[in-house]
Unconditional design. Structure first.
Length: 474
């Protein structure tokens, strides 16, 4: 692979747009470069479910003609994009990450896929996820193991595992994942990415569900913002979508943070203890805000072990329903960890499920009440750093429920936006992200604050992306 291909793959989406407009670079050249990068690293990383090589070339050629004529379709015309496998594209099978049944083949695009097409994005493929998206790793009964571009011994996080790997490895600048309890932000922290879990209803979905959102994974906050400017457009197919609103997603805007009230939460109140290196890195983010004049306000935990346990049981029951819908031979092909996990919901009663639902409402109430008094809240994304790629969860094959999502899941249930930005590395080089949560519906404010931190973070916290072969990274 040429050094020129690596350098083109390093370019951000915003840089590509500028170069396209100046006629100094073409979408076909960029597609060729990112294809070479994926060809080199994909056998090891395993980020793709489907590679759309032929259609992507047609889309890149069409974009090249539009830019030559000065008539791009939209802000991401000609920019490579990936979509998580559970985001429907007409004719592309959707296996939901598991080997238990033949994949569903959608006949129509999802709203997200339509918005990207309408804007001229070049979809280079669909990325993998673990079984039903209920693992925080890249371990799947259908796809095998997805590995970190930083070091293939490490997890990518999940469930947007392939999207995260593809982002960090330079397969494209823009990636769409989904998140029900941390599935965008966990790859964000363990891969060093800029991500956003948007407000509930901000990005229209084809299959809305309590807590579920879709959002961007990228290498820069501006690229996450750029993608949001496209996928957040309304669509009547999502009956839970927010009313149409003209979001001011101006790229490059850095706010004055001196007047902000910044809550800092270092104890989730439940789950795994926080790794000291994670706590230290997030504390340094708070110091950066304080140095800029912001008021730092320590927060007490608002989650409890019982709230997290009931959320876990609610999801087990849901997935038990998915599992029992499979034929016996299909059930046997589901990942063994997931087989054991779903059986934890097999004996739940209707009263148990209603208690869990009421507990979810309580998480909503507590999250809004605890965070509303602050302009933003900073916290770890996850209590610990990247674990071995072969582990389905941060605690290996042990079943500790959802002990690692005490910081992330509350924002799914309250519907509040939450971003991640890399804020440091461990002594052995593993990325550490900070979560920046905001008030309900303030996606713009969260992105702007994330951009501010990205612009002031120290060089030691700024990723040098592992794009190219491992030898070239070293």
């Amino acid at each position: 692979m040429s050094s020129d291909a690596i350098e083109l793959a390093r370019l951000s989406g915003t840089e590509l747009r500028t170069r396209y407009a100046a006629r100094s670079l073409s979408p076909v050249e960029v597609l060729t470069a990112v294809t070479q990068v994926a060809d080199q690293r994909e056998p090891e990383l395993n980020a793709y479910w489907v590679r759309s090589t032929e259609t992507a070339l047609l889309e890149a050629r069409a974009s090249e003609r539009r830019w030559a004529e000065g008539e791009p379709l939209g802000p991401i015309d000609g920019i490579p994009v990936t979509l998580k496998e559970n985001i429907a594209r007409a004719g592309v099978p959707m296996p939901a990450g598991h080997a238990g049944a033949e994949p569903v083949v959608p006949r129509h695009n999802s709203p997200i896929a339509d918005r990207i097409s309408e804007s001229g994005g070049v979809v280079v493929g669909s990325t993998v996820m673990p079984d039903w998206g209920m693992l925080s790793s890249g371990v799947s009964s259908r796809h095998g193991i997805t590995r970190s571009p930083w070091d293939p011994r490490w997890t990518t996080g999940g469930s947007s595992a392939g999207a995260g790997a593809a982002a960090a490895a330079g397969y494209a600048p823009l990636h769409v994942g989904t998140d029900i309890g941390g599935s965008i932000r966990l790859p964000g922290t363990w891969l060093g990415l800029a991500t956003l879990k948007p407000s509930a209803g901000r990005v229209p979905l084809e299959a809305p569900y309590l807590g579920r959102v879709a959002g961007p994974l990228a290498r820069t906050v501006d690229d996450a913002t750029l993608l949001m400017s496209v996928i957040a457009r309304p669509d009547p197919r999502d009956w839970t979508a927010l009313p149409s609103e003209a979001l001011d997603l101006t790229l490059g805007r850095v706010p004055d943070v001196s007047a902000l009230r910044v809550g800092i939460l270092l104890d989730a109140g439940c789950g795994m203890p926080v790794n000291p290196e994670v706590a230290s890195a997030v504390g340094q983010v708070a110091d950066a805000f304080a140095s800029a004049g912001a008021r730092i306000e320590p927060m007490s935990p608002f989650m409890t072990p019982s709230l997290l346990a009931d959320l876990d049981l609610f999801w087990r029951v849901r997935s038990w329903g998915d599992f029992t819908a499979l034929k016996p031979e299909g059930q046997s092909r589901v990942l063994p960890f997931i087989q054991r996990w779903v059986r934890g919901g097999a004996d739940a009663t209707g009263a148990d499920v209603m208690r869990c639902y009421q507990q979810i409402m309580e998480i909503q109430r507590l999250t809004v009440a605890a965070t509303e008094v602050h302009d933003i809240v900073i916290s770890p994304v996850a209590p610990d750093v990247a674990f071995p790629a072969e582990w389905p969860m941060p605690f290996g094959e042990n079943d500790r429920g959802m002990a690692h999502i005490g910081f992330t899941a509350p924002y799914n249930l309250s519907g509040q936006p939450a971003a991640t930005v890399n804020c440091g590395f461990t002594s052995d080089g593993k990325p550490i992200g900070v979560q920046i949560g905001g008030r309900r519906f303030d996606d713009v404010g969260v992105l702007q604050v994330a951009r501010w931190y990205e612009s002031v973070r120290p060089a030691a916290a700024t990723p040098r992306w592992p794009i190219g072969t491992r030898a070239e990274v070293a």
